[in-house]
Design a protein around this ligand. Structure first.
Ligand code: PRP
Ligand code: URA
Length: 209
């Protein structure tokens, strides 16, 4: 495993991942699980985030407090990343949210960009790009290219399930981008789906199949 790949194996996360994989899990439950797991992942990832000291007033008097030093931006890859972003902003409500719209052409499996709206001064943010599935890696690579082109510097990629093929492509293309995942599955099938995976994340989140 390359140095920039981080596998998060917290027992609570692994428990919830199993519920997500199960095909009988309803859309409602699936959505809740994605939100919960995304928040738990960011709790783990943020362990080493930098703090800065500020002056505050408690009801009793003056005090020093510590708050996150960096401005955070969450950038979901549409559409399945949206629910991950929702889980994360429940935990970090001051985070700004950008959106990048990509879909995978079912024949070529190549990403097609259709939307991009980022916070102003994106170069000043600590950025988490979120997407539940890292399959071929094409969408993640494209998203990072687009966001870097617009000036972003401090980027991490957060996904739920990854395929070895996608991890290799992403980690070798951008060795400077930390990748956080909760599972490295076996392989991709001939349609580019992760095996065993959890199926089509967007369809399971939005009930479109
Ligand atoms: C899925 C997933 C990723 C992409 C991963 O989205 O959410 O964005 O596929 O595949 P890749 O690593 O091979 O690029 P999809 O293209 O199905 O779009 P959707 O979220 O609109 O359903
Ligand atoms: N996109 C998904 O939603 N699932 C996969 O297994 C691969 C790509």
């Amino acid at each position: 495993m390359r140095k920039n790949v981080h596998l998060i194996e917290h027992p609570l996360i692994q428990h919830k991942l199993t519920l997500m994989r199960e095909k009988s899990t309803s859309t409602k439950e699936f959505r809740e699980l994605v939100k919960e797991v995304s928040a738990l992942m960011v709790y783990e990832i943020s362990r080493n985030m930098k703090l800065k000291e500020i002056d505050i007033e408690t009801p009793i008097g003056a005090a020093k407090g510590k708050v996150l030093r960096d401005e955070i931006a969450i950038i979901p890859i549409l559409r399945a990343g949206i629910t991950m972003a929702e889980g994360i902003i429940d935990l970090i409500p001051t985070a700004k949210v950008g959106h990048i719209g990509l879909y995978r052409d079912p024949k070529t499996l190549k990403p097609v960009e259709y939307y991009c709206k980022l916070p102003n001064h994106i170069d000043e943010y600590k950025i988490f790009i979120v997407d539940p599935m890292l399959a071929t890696g094409g969408s993640a690579v494209k998203a990072i290219e687009v966001i870097k082109d617009r000036g972003a510097k401090n980027i991490s990629f957060v996904c739920l399930i990854s395929a070895p093929e996608g991890l290799e492509t992403l980690s070798s293309t951008f060795p400077d981008v930390p990748i956080y995942t909760i599972a490295i599955d076996d392989h991709l099938n001939s349609h580019g789906y992760i095996v065993p995976g959890l199926g089509d994340a967007g369809d399971r989140l939005f009930g479109t199949k």
